[in-house]
Design a protein around this ligand. Structure first.
Ligand code: SAM
Length: 283
């Protein structure tokens, strides 16, 4: 029986071409075939490094059939590298299907680690890194996005999302309304010429990105965990629910609307805000 080749999961730069490891370059040179999300895109990287290994496309529309073909080659003894357009294959990019198929068929799977936008963004965000939740892309439609954010509201972890530039303003607005005034960071164009970190609370960032100016580039959005923000609120005497409700009522809102607005401002559900209102009144 032929010894199968290995399937290498090779990370590539997310912007700066220098961010590739010596091992990644050696593996890309030595394998029989490179399976690429977009062969033309990867060809630029390969040409830059003088690598002539044959390439084949492996993307979301041919992932199923292509995974079987790649498995066939691996079982015949060929070693194959998988790369995506940027960063780590399998992270919001094709890769998972062929990895699973390889494992099911006793083909060795070998990671060749390197950049991934979510890790680069997290470690430079200034938000806690000890526990985090990566949610990929949030749903594009408002209702589904708000529902998803609601599901994640009480997670004790930094929340990380990939986001499209034309949706960042709407997502920040929804995140503020659903999660409250937490700290957040918008990391844009990491490792590229116009790398930028916008840091602030969700309401501040929401206002900043709602200015109408067109946002460009690639974005990672990070939002502080539930606990931290609640502590800030708990520790702050200004955030008495009774006082906030009264203040909104003074502005002309009825009691129900005032409670709703207070809940939103404090990042609480209406039920939580009501419980705190009752508790404060009973002190
Ligand atoms: N596999 C990639 C990785 O490991 O990061 C992610 C691929 S996903 C299809 C592309 C998304 O990743 C972009 O829309 C953006 O949200 C994020 N991203 C990729 N490169 C980035 C960069 N240089 N700066 C900020 N975000 C980036």
């Amino acid at each position: 029986m032929t010894t199968p080749g290995a399937l290498y999961i090779v990370s590539t730069p997310i912007g700066n071409l220098e961010d590739i490891t010596e091992r990644a370059l050696r593996v890309l040179k030595e394998v029989a075939l490179i399976a690429c999300e977009d062969t033309r895109h990867t060809r630029k990287l390969l040409t830059h490094y003088g690598i002539n290994t044959p390439t084949v496309s492996y993307h979301e529309h041919n992932e199923r059939e292509r995974a079987l073909e790649l498995l066939g080659r691996l079982q015949q003894g060929a070693s194959i590298a998988i790369v995506s357009d940027a960063g780590t294959p399998g992270i919001n990019d094709p890769g998972f299907r062929v990895v699973r198929l390889a494992i099911e068929n006793d083909v060795p799977v070998v990671p060749v680690p390197g950049p991934s936008a979510l890790i680069a963004a997290l470690v430079s965000s200034g938000l806690p890194t000890d526990e985090f939740f990566f949610g990929g892309f949030l749903p594009a439609k408002t209702n589904a996005r708000r529902t998803r954010l609601g599901e994640l509201r009480s997670l004790p972890a930094t929340l990380i999302f990939y986001e499209a530039p034309h949706r960042i303003a709407a997502t920040l607005k929804d995140a503020h309304e659903i999660l409250g005034p937490r700290q957040a960071v918008v990391a844009r164009e990491l490792t590229k010429m116009h790398e930028e970190f916008a840091r602030g609370t969700l309401p501040e960032l929401s206002q900043r990105f709602a200015s109408g100016e067109r946002v460009r580039g690639e974005i990672v959005l990070m939002i502080d965990r539930a606990g931290t923000e609640s502590e800030v609120i708990r520790d702050s005497a200004e955030h008495s629910v009774v006082e906030m409700v009264a203040a909104f009522e003074n502005e002309g809102l009825d009691h129900r609307a005032a409670l709703k607005k207070t809940a939103r401002a404090l990042g609480l559900t209406r039920a939580e805000a009501y419980r705190r209102l009752v508790a404060e009144r009973n002190v």
